[in-house]
Design a protein around this ligand. Structure first.
Ligand SMILES: [Zn+2]
Length: 217
């Protein structure tokens, strides 16, 4: 559910961090429906929806609003802005009249996020996946970039959606970038990277993994 706090803007859930209940904007089901359509438009099939995307992934926000509204009459520019501003994963960004996904594209675009500055990055994987990654390198099958986490804790958290006992792979980002692997900072949690060759990767021994405090194992 999306609600609006008069102090802090749009938020997800029952109450804002400040405790305010705020004003109702969109229920859970509609948030999900809108989220799916916006993700499709900005990451996967803009052309199928009649949208034109520039080479950096930007789409006209008014145009997107029109198309979204045609499919879901309850949705409009305001609900799109609410979706973007309340998104816990910060998937999208709005720049005046334009909107784009920050990452996760299957369409081929040039992203121009700032270059990664962190020397080490992390990726959580199942045991099987981890073995394969250490052999052939880390890449995305379906997308141009692979997503890495900025901390071990975040990598652990992401991976626990897929596997109960993740292996955490550490990438020597600084060294990989020196050798020409392009890595960009998407937000404080995520860095996207071109394929990282196996020589820059290693597994963090289970006893040394820093896990989130809420998941004591
Ligand atoms: Zn608030």
């Amino acid at each position: 559910m999306i609600r609006l706090c008069s102090q802090h803007g749009f938020f997800r859930g029952e109450s804002c961090e400040c405790g305010t209940v705020g004003q109702f904007v969109l229920d859970e089901t509609k948030t999900e429906q809108l989220g799916r359509l916006v993700a499709g438009a900005l990451r996967h099939f803009p052309e199928d929806l009649g949208l034109s995307m520039d080479s950096y992934g930007w789409i006209d926000l008014n145009k997107l609003s029109e198309i979204v509204n045609r499919r879901h009459p309850w949705a409009n520019k305001r609900t799109i802005i609410a979706l973007v501003q309340s998104d816990p994963k910060k998937r999208y960004e709005i720049d005046n009249t334009k909107i784009r996904a920050r990452y996760g594209h299957s369409v081929d675009i040039e992203l121009d996020h700032p270059e990664n500055k962190l020397p080490k990055l992390y990726y959580g994987a199942s045991e099987e996946e981890a073995d394969r990654i250490l052999e052939i390198g880390l890449m995305s099958v379906s997308q141009h970039f692979v997503h890495l986490s900025t901390t071990q804790e975040k990598a652990w958290q992401v991976a626990t959606f897929r596997t109960s006992n993740p292996k955490i792979i550490q990438a020597d980002a600084a060294e990989a970038q020196r050798e020409g692997v392009k890595m960009m900072t998407v937000n404080e949690d995520i860095v996207i990277s071109e394929k990282i060759p196996a020589k820059f990767l290693k597994i963090i021994p289970a006893k040394d993994i820093l896990r989130p405090k809420s998941h004591p194992n």
